[in-house]
Design a protein around this ligand. Structure first.
Ligand code: ZN
Length: 280
């Protein structure tokens, strides 16, 4: 374990928020970032994400941090929405050089390739990387810093549910900016810790609080501050519910999950997710 100063502004003063499954969360007194302290050090994080239990597990202790089945959660509908939002906001004409960070087995990489983009997936899980390679996709195993891409390598970079896992977000955003081509765009989605239901109803029981995994939780103001560390020409921040769109299926799942015995009720969401799009 390691003690951390605020990963966003470096301040040491903070106020205690809660302790969940042994993980203590605080709010920075200077910038308001919510972060875990103490937290796993880099060796512990590496081991945490190398374990298959993080991605597929029935153990409720692991489940609070990781996924019951990460790969089953990569729904084609959601991946299609992800790709549509990238395609919609992309300004590059012609061949688009695209990187998806935390790509899993490469669902969005595949959609982008089919659309004629030159697409690459970057992923920590060797299992997921191999799945992607077997599907004929261009996949790289490792961290962004290990990949060490040349300056200006990409026109579009996406990070769906990545920012909340990063112990050094400022360094990471600088690296993203470096590998983006002029005019290039990064689109990131992350939980909004100031989400209405998370803040007022669920608190530490909110789905977005995942001990050891979600080590930095942002709000619209702290995410703005993160992207302000580098000179993007334009930054756009929007919030939306986890379900992305209120559909009859969402309301049905709210009711049905409450009627099932032993199941976990679907949480209400209003603005618990956040999207940042920044153009270099
Ligand atoms: Zn701070």
């Amino acid at each position: 374990m390691e003690q951390a100063s605020c990963p966003l502004c470096g301040e040491d003063n903070s106020t205690e928020l809660w302790t969940k499954s042994g993980a203590r969360s605080v709010r920075c007194s200077a910038c308001g970032l919510v972060y875990e302290n103490p937290r796993f050090d880099s060796a512990e994080l590496k081991q945490f994400y190398s374990s298959k239990d993080y991605y597929i597990s029935d153990d409720p202790d692991v489940n609070a941090s990781g996924y019951k089945n990460y790969f089953a959660q990569c729904s084609p509908v959601l991946q299609n929405e992800y790709f549509q939002s990238l395609a919609h906001h992309n300004k590059k004409k012609g061949k688009v050089r695209y990187l998806d960070i935390g790509s899993g087995p490469g669902g969005i990489v595949q959609l982008a390739s089919e659309a004629g983009w030159e697409a690459t997936g970057l992923e920590l899980s060797s299992w997921a990387v191999n799945q992607g390679i077997q599907s004929g996709l261009r996949m790289i195993e490792g961290t962004l810093h290990e990949a060490d891409f040349p300056d200006g390598s990409f026109d579009v970079i996406s990070m769906f549910d990545v920012l909340e896992h990063l112990p050094k977000p400022v360094e990471y955003i600088r690296e993203i900016h470096r590998i983006l081509a002029p005019g290039g765009m990064v689109l990131a989605e992350t939980p909004n810790v100031e989400g209405f239901f998370a803040k007022h109803l669920y608190k530490e029981n909110a789905d977005l609080i995942k001990p050891r995994a979600h080590i930095c939780l942002y709000s619209p103001s702290t995410i703005k501050r993160l992207f302000d560390f580098v000179q993007f020409s334009e930054v756009e921040i929007t919030t939306f519910p986890w379900c992305r769109h209120y559909t009859p299926g969402y309301f049905k799942s709210l009711v049905v999950s409450r009627l099932q015995r032993g199941g976990r009720p679907t949480q209400f969401t209003f603005n618990e997710s956040m999207r940042v799009i920044a153009w270099k």
